[in-house]
Design a protein. Structure first.
Length: 275
């Protein structure tokens, strides 16, 4: 029997990357999944966001583990859509115990040159979208009366940051404050709330030419090898990136009984990048 047997998790950004990894890791431990993501390109984002078929692949992978999954194409900027996805998922699966507000984007621009849409889209998805996820889903944990766990995906950029990502850093810093307030508000209902702060993770959000350029602005056409060389210098451990499963395993600890008294914390998975 898995450590999450009989529990249900609501996960945003579940179509690929860290979100899919989280869905599979929790399903391996017995959880059923309510999965949410978009399948259209997000304006202002310079790399390809989730596409049609990505969410279906997550569904197939979870079902291959003999777990149930209810998937909805919803943008985290859409509170009504998130609310319906949570309601439909709970109606089908019977309960909700875990919420992972994982969906997010990455863009870059100098602060004084950034256009308003780039700033606003970042805040709308990476900060307000997390609040909307919490607002839509966490009341179902409260209503269940069994306690539960919430994890907000922040970033190492909320601890140590770089140029050209003021909007991203502001959003990820904001999640720490949101988490701490929620941990106080929800503690009496035995609901634990924490943030995770990954360093560079090997996903499509990172493995693309605009990100390579962010890390190697000195090169006209940086390659992945150039990016990995620069990224490895950020970490104390001799790695350039961590894998999605590394974040999933940290989240599993936070949402399982192993972390039953851990709340209000910032869990850093950074290969020593903050040292």
């Amino acid at each position: 029997m898995g450590t999450l047997e009989g529990k249900v998790a609501f996960i945003t950004g579940a179509a690929r990357g860290q979100g899919r990894s989280h869905a599979l890791r929790l399903a391996q431990e017995g959880a059923d999944i309510i999965a949410v993501d978009i399948t259209e390109q997000v304006d202002t984002v310079p790399y390809a966001t989730a596409r049609p078929g990505d969410l279906e692949e997550t569904v197939r992978a979870v079902e291959a583990l003999d777990r149930r999954i209810i998937a909805s194409e919803v943008d985290v900027r859409d509170l009504a859509g998130l609310t319906k996805a949570a309601q439909d998922g709970v109606a089908a699966l019977g309960r909700l115990d875990i919420v992972l507000a994982n969906a997010g984007i990455s863009t870059m621009a100098p602060t004084l040159e950034m256009d308003e849409q780039t700033w606003q889209t970042m805040i709308d998805i990476n900060l307000t979208g997390v609040w909307k996820t919490v607002r839509a889903a966490v009341p179902h944990i409260v209503a269940g009366g069994r306690g539960g766990a919430v994890v907000l995906t922040s970033s190492l950029a909320a601890i140590t940051t770089n140029e050209n990502i003021a909007h991203y850093t502001a959003a990820k810093y904001g999640l720490i404050g949101l988490m701490r307030v929620l941990a106080k508000e929800l503690g009496p209902q035995s609901i634990r709330v924490n943030t995770v702060h990954p360093t560079t993770v090997a996903t499509d959000m990172i493995l693309n030419e605009p990100t390579y350029k962010l890390f190697r602005p000195d090169l006209e056409e940086p390659t992945r090898a150039d990016f990995e060389e620069a990224a490895s210098q950020m970490n104390r451990l001799p790695v350039s990136m961590v894998e999605p499963i590394d974040i999933s395993n940290a989240i599993l600890y936070l949402v399982s009984d192993a972390g039953r008294y851990v709340t209000g914390t910032t869990q850093v998975i950074d290969a020593g990048g903050a040292l």
